[in-house]
Each structure stands twice: as structure tokens, then as C-alpha cells.
Design a protein around this ligand. Structure first.
Ligand code: PLP
Length: 393
């Protein structure tokens, strides 16, 4: 190639899911079906009444047009009502920008808050797309270390020691990808108070907020009358309604913050597709029961996975787990997570992600997205871990 590419992009590693899926081509065929614990995607279809409703809208020429950058007012209004039920929040449509997944909402949050050279404190292990985005933008990712004792729950005291005059935000993902850890509302409140006291933002990624057992309220931060001075939420209906390909995200922040973020929205995406907006409006108006049923199903998967995985005889150790994910320590000493994940593909027909893609020093771990597989496949998945851990170094 003769043209020069930006070192900020060439220096970033290949997206991890792309990397591990490449290993499949070299996998010896031992007749066993692959168990895919790699990408966090609900394994079930969207609600049939939702897709039937959307099919009826496709012929309307309006469905193919742009919408306002922030999304249709009636959709944002319906989403406000949902936030009232879910968070006890009294938000206005001006607090929302509908985005191309939570992924784009994160970019909007970051470009609105930070310039190159600034710092963002990120709880490790971190969802890999976040550090990748920061690196591309020339923003320093400062990791708050993972503690097994805390089972992945952030420590406000540890985070405070990392704040400098370049820090613009603390980033927490709850429920966490990759640990599944659900940060308790009290800890989120402490992080909010800390961020407020130090004049920085608390960015909370709540992509998995509908997979908290019994639909418990994730936090009450939106009830604070000054929430918008400090708090920025990145969220998605992608997992909630099994619509990951629709790119159904949103940024939730003060009306002023959103008005600034819309400058970036206009140049990045213009708007979320209308068909996605219609899907979201249908979902928030009709699917609370459907969502609760799937949450219960995911909790059963978690409980079964956990119960089988921690039984004696498995040298893989569960370090943390929760909604969708298990974060496990592998038993192979100094082997990297990559080496072990590759062995799992070749010798156990299991696809997982190596720990080190979630932050430095995490080579001893793997992420398993058990939310991808049906309850009936969980015993076989756990058996393969047990078998691989017997008599091997
Ligand atoms: C923590 C977290 N944030 C954001 C995303 C991206 O979500 P979306 O598909 O809505 O862009 C994911 C996807 O797996 C995720 O795990």
C-alpha cells in the first residue's frame, strides 16, 4: 500500500471476535458440534408480533426516509415512558439521541466529553470496543484493576486514586461485559457522587440492563434533580429485543449534552434507521412481558451454568458471573488466554474469548458468553471444560 494510514488505527488490534472466528477454519473436524460461547447475542428470534408489525410498515415510503438526527419525537416519547417504568425516571425526549447501537452512543459520549490527550478511567476487564475507540481517538485509557475478591465490582476508592487533571470520565459497564458482574445501586451512587465532586462524567453502559434477575431496578441516578450535570448513559435495545442487527442504541444525557452530541451524530450517522425506531417503539409499548420472560430464561441459564461449573473436578475456576457471561480462570499456568482459547477450539470444539483482549494482565482468564446457548446445551459445554482440564498441563 502506498498511501499512509493513521498509526492510531494501525496500532489497534484486530477486533477479537473476528480473530477467534478465524481459528475455526483450521479446526480439526472431530465430528463434534461447535459450542459458540464467543459473541454475546441472544440465541432466540425477536418477538413475532414485533416483526409482523414491522413487515406492515415496509411498504410505507416514509419508513425509508431520514428522521430527525435524534430520532422521531413519538419514539423518544415512548422511550421516556419506558424509562419511567424501568428507572422511576422523569425524562424528556430531549434527553435522548437514538443511535446506531450502544456502540455509536459510546462514540458520541466520548467525542462530546474528550479531546485527544485526555484520560478516561475504565473498569477492567473492559468491553474491548471501549479501549479500541479511545485508542483510535488518541484518548488515554486508564484501567482500574480487576479484583477477584470484589468479583469485578468497581471500587470507588481505587478509582479515585486514578483521577488526574486530564481525566474526563469514569466508565463502568453494568451488568458487565465480560464478567457479568452487576454493580449494586449503592456503588453506582458512590461513583456518581465521586464523579460529581471531581467534575468529571460518569458514563454507564447498560447494554444488558434487562438481564438483571427479577427485573430489579439498576439504580436511581435519574431521580437526582442534577443527574444531567454528571451522568451519561449508553444503552441499547439490541439485546433486550434480540435485535442486535437493527443497531438499536441510545445516548441518554442532559438536553444540553445531547444538543452538543448531535453535531457528531449529524456527521457520523445522521439518524438511527426509521425501521429500527419503529421496532423500539413497538417494543417499549408492547413487550415488557416478553422481555421479563427472556430475563428469567437467562437467569436459569446462569444458575445452571454456575451450579455445574463450580462442582469439584473442574480446574477452570469461576471468578465472576452474571447476566450473559462467565469470567473464568484457566488452569494452564503461564499459558496465555489466547493459547487456551485456541486449545478449546481445537480440542473441545468450544469458542470463547481470551482474557487479555479485555485489558492488560488478564491472560489467566477467559470470557464465556453462556447467554448464547440454550439451557439444554449447558451440561455438555461444562463437561467439555472438565474433560480438557483433566490430566493436562
Ligand atoms: C458492554 C457492551 N456495550 C456495547 C455493546 C454494543 O451494543 P450494540 O450492539 O447496541 O452496539 C456491547 C455488545 O456486545 C456490549 O457488550
Amino acid at each position: 500500500m502506498t498511501m499512509k494510514l493513521s498509526p492510531q488505527i494501525t496500532g489497534v488490534h484486530t477486533p477479537p471476535i473476528t480473530e477467534v472466528k478465524r481459528w475455526l477454519a483450521e479446526r480439526p473436524d472431530d465430528g463434534r458440534e461447535l459450542i459458540d460461547l464467543c459473541q454475546a447475542v441472544p440465541d432466540y428470534a425477536p418477538a413475532a408480533d414485533m416483526t409482523a408489525h414491522l413487515a406492515g410498515l415496509l411498504g410505507d415510503p416514509l419508513t425509508s426516509r431520514y428522521s430527525p438526527d435524534e430520532g422521531l419525537p413519538e419514539v423518544r416519547g415512548a422511550v421516556c415512558d419506558y424509562y419511567g417504568r424501568k428507572y422511576g425516571a422523569q425524562l424528556s425526549p430531549d434527553n435522548f439521541c437514538l443511535t446506531i447501537g450502544a456502540s455509536q452512543a459510546f462514540w458520541l459520549a466520548i467525542v462530546t466529553l474528550c479531546s485527544a490527550g485526555d484520560e478516561v478511567i475504565v473498569q477492567a476487564p473492559a468491553y474491548f470496543d471501549h479501549p479500541m475507540a479511545l485508542e483510535i481517538l488518541g484518548i488515554r485509557c486508564v484501567y482500574a484493576p480487576f479484583s477477584e475478591e470484589q468479583r469485578g465490582i468497581p471500587s470507588p476508592a481505587a478509582i479515585e486514586t486514578l483521577i488526574t487533571d486530564r481525566t474526563r470520565a469514569l466508565l463502568v459497564v453494568s451488568p458487565s461485559n465480560p464478567t457479568g458482574a452487576i454493580t449494586p445501586p449503592g456503588t453506582l451512587r458512590q461513583l456518581f457522587v465521586l464523579a460529581k465532586r471531581r467534575n468529571i462524567a460518569l458514563i454507564l453502559d447498560e447494554t444488558y440492563n434487562e438481564f438483571i434477575p427479577e427485573g430489579a431496578r439498576p439504580h436511581d441516578l435519574f431521580s437526582d434533580p442534577t443527574w444531567g450535570d454528571t451522568f451519561v448513559q449508553v444503552a441499547s435495545f439490541g439485546k433486550t429485543y434480540a435485535l442486535t442487527g437493527y443497531r438499536a442504541g441510545q445516548l441518554v444525557a442532559s438536553a444540553y449534552f445531547i444538543s452538543q452530541a448531535l453535531k457528531a451524530q449529524d456527521t457520523m450517522a445522521v439518524c438511527q434507521p426509521r425501521i429500527t425506531q419503529q421496532a423500539i417503539m413497538y417494543g417499549v409499548n408492547h413487550l415488557d412481558g416478553w422481555v421479563a420472560t427472556n430475563c428469567d430464561m437467562m437467569c436459569r441459564r446462569h444458575d445452571l451454568f454456575r451450579q455445574l461449573f463450580i462442582q469439584p473436578g473442574n480446574r477452570f475456576r469461576l471468578a465472576a458471573s452474571g447476566a450473559f457471561f462467565a469470567w473464568v480462570r484457566h488452569p494452564f499456568g503461564t499459558s496465555s488466554g489466547r493459547e487456551v482459547a485456541k486449545r478449546l477450539v481445537d480440542e473441545a470444539a468450544i469458542l470463547s474469548l481470551p482474557g487479555e483482549v479485555f485489558g492488560p494482565g488478564l491472560e489467566g482468564y477467559l470470557r464465556l458468553a453462556f447467554g448464547n446457548i440454550k439451557e439444554s446445551a449447558i451440561p455438555e459445554a461444562v463437561l467439555r471444560f472438565r474433560e480438557l482440564s483433566i490430566n493436562r498441563n
